[in-house]
Design a protein around this ligand. Structure first.
Ligand SMILES: NC(=O)c1ccc[n+]([C@@H]2O[C@H](COP(=O)([O-])OP(=O)(O)OC[C@H]3O[C@@H](n4cnc5c(N)ncnc54)[C@H](O)[C@@H]3O)[C@@H](O)[C@H]2O)c1
Ligand SMILES: O=C(O)C(=O)C[C@]1(C(=O)O)C=C[C@@H](O)C=C1
Length: 367
């Protein structure tokens, strides 16, 4: 498609969408604006956008598509500002915010003027912020939620889908309320818990400085998201307050139950508590990104680590196959172990398996 795309907020998500759009629509002009001039400069320098705009007004006036990708309370102010500007006829405005009910309510200042606004939320991300973390592959296989309503133009919605085709995400429409409830359960509330676990460990550190030294494996896995942007998460909590307060009450009730079965020392109940959780968790679709990111892992049975790692990464580099992570599953010494190599997508993993099978006799298995 040809046209001008204006991205407001050149961070992880705005930057990644800009890359996806450019990849699919080579003739489109991608203009960007960020309140942080350094981010905007960086976005242009690394080729995430074609041009920077000096103000929202300048970038918006000629745009065919406007993407707002700032923290959600800022997005509200931007919607208000856009509603006072002269915009191109037929322009589509969308956002990427993690909450929808308040945004959609606010967007009535545009829709009441006949301007197309379709709320959006690509359900993939990272604890990293900023344009340097942006990548075009971020949304592949992830759900991309939209909240069009009965008054939304079908033609505008179809044009938006066409613009966003390069995300390779799975588009799904839900109501704003359903959106906020679902994301409250699987994204926003877990974030509160991750932060609370970190607070608990930090408090325990006052008794023993071994806490941070021992905080590895499981603790790091479950608290990774606590390293995300506090500004973004403050805004999400403010927008989804009611849902989160209800979930917090349910959680307190649940924790009370755990306290009771622990107090009574009921082993069977404790077993069932974990068994039920394991069964549900194991049954979650592993290929889909979203609440649980897909990890394209390849397991390689290796005799000794130091030599094998450099040998294998050497072969992968020779074939230009990117790896996203590499780790060892077995940490005991003198025991044959398993190397776990993660890739960005299925295709890279399949190429890597072929490459390792070609150059070595190590056994491989897809995880
Ligand atoms: N990070 C994730 O995992 C994720 C995933 C999906 C959706 N989202 C949502 O997408 C939005 C952006 O998140 P992100 O992770 O890209 O954040 P980010 O911090 O990486 O980027 C946000 C950018 O917005 C800019 N900004 C702030 N106020 C602005 C203003 N008034 N005008 C112009 N630019 C302004 C910031 O300078 C920053 O560069 C948020 O609403 C977030 O809830 C985040
Ligand atoms: O992977 C992460 O770091 C995320 O927190 C991503 C995550 C999520 O909770 O799944 C966070 C917020 C966004 O609205 C969407 C995606």
């Amino acid at each position: 498609m040809r046209g001008r795309v204006f991205v407001i907020g050149l961070g992880l998500i705005g930057g990644s969408l800009a890359l996806c759009i450019k990849e699919k629509h080579k003739d489109a002009a991608i203009i960007g604006y960020d309140i942080n001039a350094e981010q905007a400069r960086l976005a242009k320098m690394i080729g995430v956008i074609d041009e920077t705009a000096d103000s929202i007004e300048e970038g918006a006036s000629e745009a065919d598509l406007i993407i707002i990708s700032t923290p959600v309370t800022v997005a509200e102010q931007i919607l208000e500002a856009l509603s006072r500007m002269a915009l191109k006829k037929g322009v589509i405005i969308t956002d990427t915010g993690s909450t929808k009910t308040t945004i959609i309510r606010k967007a009535s200042c545009l829709t009441s003027r006949g301007i197309h606004f379709i709320g959006g939320h690509p359900m993939a991300g990272s604890h990293k912020s900023g344009v340097t973390a942006a990548k075009s592959i971020l949304f592949e296989n992830a759900f991309y939620l939209f909240t069009p309503d009965k008054n939304s133009s079908e033609d505008a919605f179809e044009r938006l889908m066409a613009w966003l085709e390069g995300t390779k995400a799975k588009f799904l429409s839900v109501s704003p309320e359903e959106h906020d409830y679902l994301t409250g359960v699987i994204s926003h509330f877990p974030h509160i818990i991750a932060a609370s676990l970190v607070h608990q460990a930090a408090a325990a550190e006052e008794d023993s400085n071994l806490v941070s030294r021992l905080a590895a494996g499981g603790f790091r896995d479950i608290t990774r998201i606590a390293s995300s942007s506090p500004e973004m998460w403050r805004d999400i909590l403010l927008h989804n307050k009611e849902v989160l307060m209800d979930l917090l009450k349910n959680w307190q009730f649940e924790m009370q139950r755990v306290l009771e079965i622990l107090e009574t020392g009921d082993g069977e109940e404790i077993y069932h508590y974990f068994e039920k959780a394991k069964n549900y968790r194991d049954g979650l679709p592993s290929k889909e990104k979203g609440a649980i990111p897909a990890f394209y892992d390849l397991f390689v049975d290796v005799p000794d680590y130091p030599g094998s790692i450099s040998e294998i990464t050497g072969y992968l580099a020779r074939e230009k196959i990117n790896i996203t992570n590499i780790r060892i599953l077995e940490t005991r010494e003198d025991v044959y172990g398993v190397l776990v190599i993660s890739f960005q997508n299925e295709e890279d993993r399949a190429r890597a398996e072929e490459c390792i099978n070609h150059y070595t006799k190590f056994e491989t298995q897809i995880g």
